[in-house]
Design a protein. Sequence first.
Length: 193
Amino acid sequence: MTATAAKKIYTVDEYLELEVRRGERYEFYNGNIIPMPGGTIPHSRICKNIIQHLGNALDLIKGFEIFGSDQKVYLPEYNFYLYPDAVVVAETPVAAEGMASALINPLLIIEVLSPSTERYDREQKFLQYRSIPSFREYALVRQDAPEVLTFFREKPDTWKELMVKGVDRSVHFRSINVDLAMQLIYRNIEFEQ
């Protein structure tokens, strides 16, 4: 009979200290630490394009701020810290008490889909994000095709879904009333035929 070691359950303080000590990002889910996978060049380009061009649009509008994938978000209901690819907040960023670097008031969250995380991003993560009262819009951006799926909260439990396909179109982010051309999102991205 073989003995198996019990998996360590971490406190939030241990998790935050581990990130600082190792200089790496981890998600934290109710005592479990999950290493963040590395991204591909297309994933990094798409994230950069979204943050740059959506950021430029938001510079012209008062009251919004965009953050990149280094910004932690905290979901109190799930005791979950995670790193979306892009986050927009309205007015002033609000951090979890005692955790100055973890936002608790995202308005718009954008995830660039990876083969290893696509199902999780579409299903479980979206359900968990819905626990945030300020959260109004979710965008899933494909890497392998010019396609963006957005979900907008019309009522507390009613979400409207909209799919945009093709580099000649634009995505309308209703939560911030900004249109972003797909050609800007997918700038320098080549798709296999």
